[in-house]
Design a protein around this ligand. Structure first.
Ligand code: C5P
Length: 399
């Protein structure tokens, strides 16, 4: 959730300031870009050097740097952040925030920040309980800021009570969950098919194709990254998912893929069928390995079920259904025919004529055609980026 997110971390003066070192480390490990702004008092509790080393960025605490004469632009900082977290947030700084004071870099950055602001208070129990602190917190919450509740336990004063800053791990989890809630496909269900199908001839041989499954896996990962809960029905492939939380169902044949797709289609908001399903399968599967006795050999083939067309017939209003067309000639004409015949919202066309596109490659070159016959052609790009283009079209359709 935090990968490539710009996090502004404000650190106030508190015995809990040392915990901000662990927080910076956790945020950086989670892939975030972290810039730290400290109050002067915070620098008495933990050195800027520690936090700049861990964040891999200079730590700022003054409006200007006396050595270089450069100005630390609080407006630029405020706009840079995707999220601002003040941890530890002292009673003093909370009071300043609540009243719009702007007497140091941190308070100026707070006033300039356009991003969601979170604060993790840390103070002694009586300071925490004081009506002034509680009123300031209510004011900040009324501004749309979010508090990360302090814990109960032994405090630096030796007293026991509420006021301990939430642990860095808990703050990280809190922020990840907050970011998840804001994802555009949060609460949406998605179904993806990927890879080839293998249609058995005998216990040893099968009819299959060169599909690697890379496109479908990239789509499943992208949908999950956008917050959808994803079921991925995959034909035989050696690929592994890098995102946790995607439900993967491994199948072999078209019949099995149909069954898994139907089991998961009801209530699905988005279905993207990218599998290269075999069109025909052997009519009879030999129970024993077929011997090479004769110079010629025929296999009777029968059609496999068209999974996409089956879902297209069952599709209810509001359900988005997307298919692929891998063509070698009359590409657009054939794709439009499929779009209409299979009742799709849009079709993703890729041509085997395009170098670097299609099976096995890590890249693809696609054209998206929708029901209104709007056509958008994309450059050759990595399949992960192609997946993002496809999901963006889905987001547009869902409004
Ligand atoms: O008709 P054609 O096989 O070219 O259609 C391709 C699209 O239909 C792809 O999205 C593919 O996943 C889907 N398909 C399917 N079941 C089949 C054949 C294709 O779901 N039996």
């Amino acid at each position: 959730m935090l990968t490539n997110k710009n996090i502004l971390l404000g650190v106030c003066g508190s015995i809990a300031s040392y915990k901000s070192a662990s927080l910076v480390r956790l945020l950086v490990k989670a892939g975030a870009n972290v810039r730290v702004v400290m109050t002067k008092d915070a620098c008495n509790f933990i050195t800027p050097l520690t936090l700049s080393t861990l964040s891999k960025n200079p730590v700022l605490s003054n409006y200007s740097d006396p050595e270089t004469g450069s100005w630390n632009n609080h407006v630029e900082l405020g706009l840079w952040g995707d999220l601002m977290i003040i941890a530890p947030a002292s009673a003093n700084t909370l009071a300043k925030f609540a009243n719009g004071l702007c007497d140091n870099l941190l308070t100026a950055v707070y006033l300039s920040a356009k991003c969601p602001v979170y604060f993790a208070p840390a103070m002694d129990l009586d300071m925490w309980k004081h009506p002034a602190t509680q009123k300031n917190i209510s004011t900040l919450v009324s501004f749309g800021n979010t508090m990360i509740q302090p814990g109960y336990g032994e405090l630096a004063s030796g007293l026991t009570g509420e006021g301990r800053m939430a642990e860095p791990e808990a703050i990280l989890e809190f922020l990840s969950n907050e970011l998840k809630k804001k994802l555009p496909l949060k609460g949406k269900k998605a179904l993806v098919t990927a890879g080839p199908t293998y249609e058995a001839i005998d216990p040893v041989r099968f009819i299959g194709n060169h599909s690697s499954g890379k496109m479908g896996f990239a789509i499943a990962e992208e949908l999950a990254a956008l917050g959808a809960s994803v079921v991925l029905v995959s034909g035989p492939t050696s690929l592994k998912l890098s995102t946790q939380g995607i439900k993967r169902i491994d199948v072999t044949s078209a019949e099995e893929m149909l069954e898994a797709a139907l089991d998961n289609f009801t209530g699905t908001d988005i279905s993207i069928l990218s599998a290269a399903v075999a069109d025909y399968r052997p009519k009879d599967i030999s129970l024993n390995k077929i011997k090479k006795d004769s110079s010629e050999f025929q296999i009777d083939l029968i059609k496999t079920p068209d999974i996409l067309a089956t879902l297209g017939k069952q599709k209810k209003p509001g359900q988005v259904l997307v298919g692929f067309a891998l063509e070698t000639n009359n590409e657009e004409e054939n794709a439009i025919k499929k779009l209409e015949k299979k009742n799709l919202d849009f079709i993703v066309l890729n041509s085997l004529k395009d170098e670097g596109a299609g099976f096995k490659n890590d890249s693809n070159k696609i054209t998206i055609i929708d029901r209104k016959l709007n056509k958008e052609t994309f450059d050759l790009k990595p399949k992960t980026e192609v997946a993002a283009d496809i999901c963006k079209k889905v987001l547009d359709l869902l409004g």
